[in-house]
Design a protein. Sequence first.
Length: 275
Amino acid sequence: MLSILIDAPTGDFEMEVIIQESPDSAARVAASIIARLIREKPTAVLGLATGGTMEPVYRELVRLHRNEGLDFSRAATFNLDEYIGLSVEHPSSYHAFMQEHFFRYVNVAPDRIHIPNGNAADVPRACREYEDRIRALGGIDLQLLGIGRDGHIGFNEPSSSLASRTRIKTLTQETLLDNARFFGEAESVPRHVVTMGIGTIMDSGQCVLLAFGASKAEAVAGTVEGPVSASLPASVLQFHENVQVIIDRPASGKLERTEYYDWVYEGKPDWQRYE
Ligand code: F6R
């Protein structure tokens, strides 16, 4: 049985659900997918995300950079989103988050780091230029994604167009409350953001979505097993050919086919596993 798998590894990449026992081991899986890409293609274009889910992923990438020489010097990065009207020095801005958790420790060239500009004089124009810059660098090879309890990816809240591009969005009250922990109080969270669109995300070569904790279980189940709907934006990933959904056990709690996902992952030959 195993030799058949080794002789004929068919993939099972399209929406690959990888359930790990802890956020840290899930983060290691995600980081090793990214590391493999960077080693195979040093000029890779990475789509990056922020938020609590990403912290262990960046910790592991920083460790790989320091201890195993993972080299980001020729890579380029594009972040998913940023608040409108928050200075880039504000500790809760996503510019600050990325410096604090990743860029200050690794060697991505500053002129190859891109984060949406929530302070541009003409934000819609800055959004169009962001899309142009992604295209100019050949498109995003791998997009890292978290997910909101309401199923948002980037800040594409429910009802976002599944074809949307980088633009201004208004956060839901649920997301404002969820993100209040980074600001101290919900009143301080900006209501408006710039986010890559769902169409922008879908254009990337590969999507790696992470989710931890029981509070994400419903959104994860809808993403993987629910109907595709703008009411749960992450569900559109079912139309993408190369998606890894990397979650901890609590986040898998509402999935119906966990045994099958474990069976698929455990049956992979070593070179197709990510640890
Ligand atoms: C952040 C982003 C958001 C978050 C999501 C989950 O750049 O795009 O979609 O990934 O809100 O946030 P956490 O990880 O804080 O639960």
